[in-house]
Ligand binder design. Structure first.
Ligand code: FAD
Length: 289
């Protein structure tokens, strides 16, 4: 399914709660994230403040949420959303798989991952800086590219790029650097800055060198909210919402850690419920016009 009433980005307690409420109110949902739900839940040793579960392991809470989704026939679309386009009352979402999805309303429940942008990244996004290897690799066929990745999960994308590009300068930001071979240089350097010396070349500066490439692919587990949808109002990395979880963009709602502190499961779940009800109300008002 590539079309739904409500698209929800994120499978933590915020996104899952939003999906459950939206489905209960008869709306179709596209829930983007991971079948394992949220890495933060998997890490929590013991949760003691989630109502109804006096002492529960994060993994067990995740299993209960998974069972609830299954019970309601809500499936998880395992695609990382890399960009959202506001089509004037409708939204088109681009997945890292290069699939496109459409929805009437959008709920952002991505959680927070501290992300510091590289100098030049924001300005050159879409012009020699890309978040999606599958989507943009063909534009750089036969040319050198750089890839910065924050998790080993992206190594498949690096291999794919090496089949298309002339050479891949790979900067894994995690501990165990892989041995990739072929036309991939694995570099233990810290990227600092991206610039555009000419129309078609991009210069990646690191703490140790400079790399002249056609494109810099930045593959992060999470993408900052205002990178997903640039017109979103944010403050200190959080999406600004009102009590109905409405953002400044009509038809876009947010819930969970991404709307600000406290970072707590029950706050995320409660906000997910409110965001879904607001999205349902928004769709019904739109249809009445
Ligand atoms: C070790 C640890 C212990 C904790 N213990 C507690 C506790 O005891 N009690 C408590 O209340 N809270 C606790 N927390 C905090 C709690 O985990 C968070 O508040 C909660 O998970 C936030 O939920 P969320 O729905 O906002 O997002 P998250 O749980 O962060 O989930 C977001 C999901 O969205 C996905 N996603 C992000 N971007 C995209 C994208 N572009 N496309 C597709 N998917 C995307 C992510 O991969 C992730 O799966 C703990 C956190 C940690 C790390």
């Amino acid at each position: 399914m590539n079309k739904a009433d409500i698209a929800i980005i994120g499978t933590g307690p915020g996104g899952v709660s939003a999906a459950i409420t939206a489905a209960q109110r008869g709306k179709s949902v596209l829930l983007f994230g991971s079948a394992e739900l949220s890495p933060k839940m998997a890490k929590a040793e013991k949760i003691m403040n989630y109502p109804g579960f006096p002492s529960v392991k994060g993994a067990d809470l995740a299993a209960a949420l998974k069972a609830h989704l299954k019970d309601m026939n809500i499936s998880v679309t395992e695609d990382k959303v890399t960009q959202v386009y506001d089509m004037g009352g409708k939204f088109t979402l681009q997945g890292a798989s290069s699939a496109m999805y459409d929805a009437e309303a959008l709920i952002i429940a991505t959680g927070v991952v501290p992300t510091k942008l590289y100098a030049g990244e924001k300005e050159l996004l879409g012009a020699g800086v890309s978040y999606c290897a599958t989507c943009d690799a063909p534009l750089h066929r036969g040319k050198p590219v750089a890839v910065i990745a924050d998790s080993p999960e992206e190594e498949g994308e690096v291999k794919y790029l090496s089949e298309v590009a002339e050479h891949v300068y790979f900067f894994p930001l995690y501990k165990d650097k892989p041995d990739m071979g072929g036309n991939i240089s694995v570099l233990a350097e810290i990227p600092k800055e991206i610039s555009a010396p000419t129309f078609s070349s991009r210069l990646l500066k690191t703490d140790k060198g400079e790399y002249d490439v056609s494109c810099v692919f930045i593959l992060r587990r999470a993408i900052a909210a205002d990178q997903l949808l640039p017109q979103l109002a944010t403050e200190n990395g959080h999406i600004v919402v009102d009590r109905q979880m409405c953002t400044n963009v009509k038809g876009v709602f947010a819930c969970g850690d991404i709307t600000g502190r406290p970072y707590q499961y029950v706050k995320a779940a409660g906000e997910g419920n409110v965001a879904a009800l607001s999205a349902v109300e928004y769709i019904s008002q739109k249809n009445d016009k």
